[in-house]
Design a protein around this ligand. Sequence first.
Ligand SMILES: Nc1ncnc2c1ncn2[C@@H]1O[C@H](COP(=O)(O)OP(=O)(O)OP(=O)(O)O)[C@@H](O)[C@H]1O
Length: 308
Amino acid sequence: MPPVVSIKNLSKSYAGGFEALKDVNLDIEEGEIIALLGPNGAGKTTLISTICGITVPSSGTITVGGHDTQTAFRAARSLIGLVPQEINLEPFETVFSSVSFSRGLFGKRRDDARIEEVLRQLSLLDKKDNKIMTLSGGMKRRVLIAKALAHEPHVLFLDEPTAGVDVELRKDMWEVVAGLKASGVTIILTTHYIEEAEAIADRIGVINKGEILLVQNKADLMTQMGQKKLRIELADRLDAIPAPLAGYDLERADDGLHLTYSYDTSGERTGITTLLTDLQKAGLQMKDIQTEQSSLEDIFVGLVKETT
Ligand SMILES: Nc1ncnc2c1ncn2[C@@H]1O[C@H](COP(=O)(O)OP(=O)(O)OP(=O)(O)O)[C@@H](O)[C@H]1O
């Protein structure tokens, strides 16, 4: 199946010359949840706005459902639902009319059954006649999603859906997103929260200073994260790794007082027991032992650091 969103050599410079996106290439597959992770000012919102046709690219092309976002804007935009970062709702409007109005903006005929279905999916049906101003912050965020879904888009963009939201509400939102995916919507979300990407995404993209640094399946990233390290502190300085230990994946620190052994936690055997026995046999005295596991956070921080 061709990608539902295809971004080729996309760059964006704002007036004044600031380059917010630099040669971005990204294909988004139908039905996936992709999380774009990046620090403040990385270019996440600019990327979303450009795909949605709110910001004009300086160069490059974007297609949504095969439609070029510049030459066939209306066709491309009709496939997109956008949930903005800021809550921007009419306080005296009812939930139902607010969502129904959004459908009308796309030239779609009125369809109360469809709106009710969207409200049900977002657990808002019992609030349909409530005025927006009577809703909690979490409900308002769900109304924003309902508005973005009112015209039956194929692709939904969520710009920081849980920014400033408490932990419980954040988990509710994750459930909502999982439900939307199950209903066949492709989801692209931006987030600062590593645990959010970890919890809900199929793929994770890391963006910093306008560049995509990595796009990878979460499962592959998890395998990388399954690598653990055993750090062994030695009682005496070691000049070289003794020959009988050459078969182990061991690294000697420059100070000669530490050895690091890398192993895979998903493997049947870690090799730790035999390593410790062989270290003793080789006459090495151990002072201390620690284990370290790399996390998505380490990978993210490492990547972002490299580009600063
Ligand atoms: N209209 C504009 N004119 C000039 N510069 C802009 C404009 N909009 C954004 N920028 C700059 O482009 C860069 C990327 O901004 P963007 O909002 O895309 O980042 P972001 O990753 O979404 O950040 P955040 O996580 O803080 O929302 C920032 O340095 C920002 O100051």
